[in-house]
Design a protein around this ligand. Structure first.
Ligand code: G3H
Length: 258
């Protein structure tokens, strides 16, 4: 019975990876919308995947924020060795989340749990363009931006467009625009329609979507039946080297239409 279930999940993983044309899917049993422990399983899968994939030498790992990222960060264990050293950085400047789920906090937590290092990127949300320009000349900010541009691993989640827009208190005008553009997914502060086309971008410094193409390791973590549409949309055009860590509920919902 257990072997049948394992075989079933393994088939589902292959099927979903083929569906998106990506490197690999890792599927946890259950539905993260309804079972807290499924997110813990994402964390364990992430830890194992990083241990397997991160090469020896110095790694720079750029991470995004969100509640999924904040929860999986807690699950990391030692990823350092004599030969492997990891530095965590936030992938982009603040995109309007509560402190505990901001990329800076996730990066600090991941570094703490895995015995790595981290650097924060302190850029306030609302800036005049003059202040912005002078901040961009600040050596401490330039140093972190430079690290982000050299990241060899990116870890991020995927959210539902309108849910994310409301949570980040985007303006009514922006929300109306997202609705008119049929935005269904959000990741990295970019919004996507069902075909995976970018329909809006929150302007922020740090990693841009086009930069992802040349990052060797990318892990996307998102699950739950409620996120199926968002995951399906974002993954259409995701870089092919992406590993998707998700759950059975999302995978079955995505493949239902086939
Ligand atoms: O960009 C995606 C969001 O960060 C996902 O947020 O993990 O809280 O659903 P969430």
């Amino acid at each position: 019975k257990v072997m049948d279930q394992l075989f079933g999940v393994h088939q589902l993983e292959k099927h979903l990876a083929n569906h998106f044309g990506i490197a690999r899917c890792v599927i946890s049993a259950g539905d993260s919308d309804r079972q807290e422990k499924v997110v813990k399983n994402f964390g364990e899968s992430l830890n194992e995947s990083l241990d397997l994939l991160l090469p020896e030498g110095k790694n720079i790992i750029a991470v995004m924020g969100g509640t999924t990222m904040a929860q999986v960060a807690e699950c990391l264990t030692n990823l350092e060795s004599d030969k492997r050293h990891n530095l965590f950085v936030p992938a982009r400047g603040g995109i309007g989340e509560a402190l505990t789920v901001q990329a800076n906090s996730v990066s600090a937590m991941m570094a703490m749990r895995s015995n790595g290092e981290h650097r924060a990127l302190y850029v306030p949300e609302q800036l005049s363009s003059d202040t912005y320009r002078s901040l961009m000349k600040e050596p401490s900010i330039l140093e972190v931006l430079n690290l982000i541009s050299q990241a060899n691993c990116v870890i991020h989640s995927i959210g539902r467009a309108l849910h994310m827009a409301a949570r980040r208190k985007m303006s009514e005008k922006e929300i109306l625009m997202l609705k008119q553009a049929n935005a269904v997914a959000e990741s990295f502060g970019y919004f996507f329609d069902e075909a995976g086309k970018v329909v809006y971008k929150v302007p922020r410094i740090g990693l841009q979507l086009k930069d992802l193409q040349t990052v060797p390791l990318i892990l996307a973590i998102a699950g739950g039946k409620s996120k199926a549409k968002a995951i399906n949309a974002y993954m259409q055009n995701a870089p092919k080297q992406t590993w998707l860590l998700t759950d059975e509920a999302a995978a079955n919902e995505i493949l239902k239409g086939e």
